[in-house]
Structure formats: structure tokens, C-alpha cells
Design a protein around this ligand. Structure first.
Ligand code: AMP
Length: 127
């Protein structure tokens, strides 16, 4: 099924400069900014500038350049924010929610990068 992108979503508005954001890093294809409701001392969102709804949409339709740029920016955010173990940080978690079961609130693909505290188990156990 093809994805329909909603141009009124809040991240589309950020990308059009209609509402402000606290930018961590910006490149030609990607923007990283602080989450407005942080759930950890480090909580950064990485988004492509292209019109992609979620991870699988981005993974299947983005150009090689967009894919590479996004991944590089996400890695650079880990370094800049000090959470990357390769740079002496204590670690982090990346999360990408999609659809109803994933409880995605904003329908523009985004990767959460969380760190700065022990984050606990990945998910509650089933049952
Ligand atoms: P998700 O549930 O994965 O779609 O996450 C959406 C995230 O976007 C939440 O963590 C929100 O706190 C965050 N968010 C919503 N509006 C803004 C905004 N204007 N600037 C930064 N983060 C936002």
C-alpha cells in the first residue's frame, strides 16, 4: 500500500520554518532537533527533510543519498550529545514508532535518540 503524506503534520511545519525548533544538526537532507517533551536528559529527534511517513516508507523510497545522510546525522548526534560509547558516553537507545501499534503521534518519519540516564527494559514483558 502506498503511503499518503500529510503536509499539515507538525514536523512538516518545522521543516517549512513555520514553527521553531532547537536544532542540534542540519544537513541538506536531514534535521536533528531536541524533543519538546524530553523523556531523558538527551532526547533528540532525527528527521529526513523528504516527505516520508515512517521508517519502512523511508527505507523503501528514499534515495541512497538521503538514506546515507540520515544515518550519518543520527550517528553524529550520538557523538555531539555525548551519549555514544565510542566517544566515552554511557550509551543510548534509538526508537522509531510507526502506525497504531507503534503508537506514532507525528506522521513524519523520525528517529528518537535517548540517553543520559539508564533507560530500563526495552519493553514491558508480554502477559
Ligand atoms: P512519536 O510518538 O514517536 O510520533 O513521537 C513524537 C514526538 O514528537 C514526541 O516525543 C513529542 O514530544 C515530539 N514533538 C511533538 N511536537 C514537537 C515539537 N514542536 N518540537 C519538538 N518535538 C515535538
Amino acid at each position: 500500500m502506498a503511503y499518503a503524506y500529510d503536509d499539515t503534520n507538525i514536523f512538516a511545519r518545522i521543516l517549512r520554518g513555520e514553527i521553531p525548533n532547537k536544532t542540534v544538526l542540519e544537513t541538506e537532507h536531514t534535521l536533528a532537533f531536541h524533543d519538546i517533551g524530553p523523556q531523558a536528559p538527551v532526547h533528540v529527534l532525527v528527521i529526513p527533510k523528504g516527505r516520508y511517513v515512517n521508517f519502512d516508507h523511508f527505507a523503501s523510497e528514499a534515495t541512497a543519498e538521503e538514506l546515507a545522510d540520515f544515518t550519518r546525522v543520527a550517528g553524529e548526534v550520538c557523538r555531539i550529545t555525548g551519549v555514544g560509547p565510542g566517544n566515552g558516553g554511557a550509551g543510548y537507545r534509538t526508537i522509531s514508532n510507526a502506525g497504531t501499534d507503534g503508537v506514532q503521534e507525528v506522521p513524519h518519519y523520525h528517529l528518537h535518540i535517548l540517553g543520559g540516564r539508564v533507560l530500563g527494559r526495552m519493553l514491558a514483558k508480554m502477559g
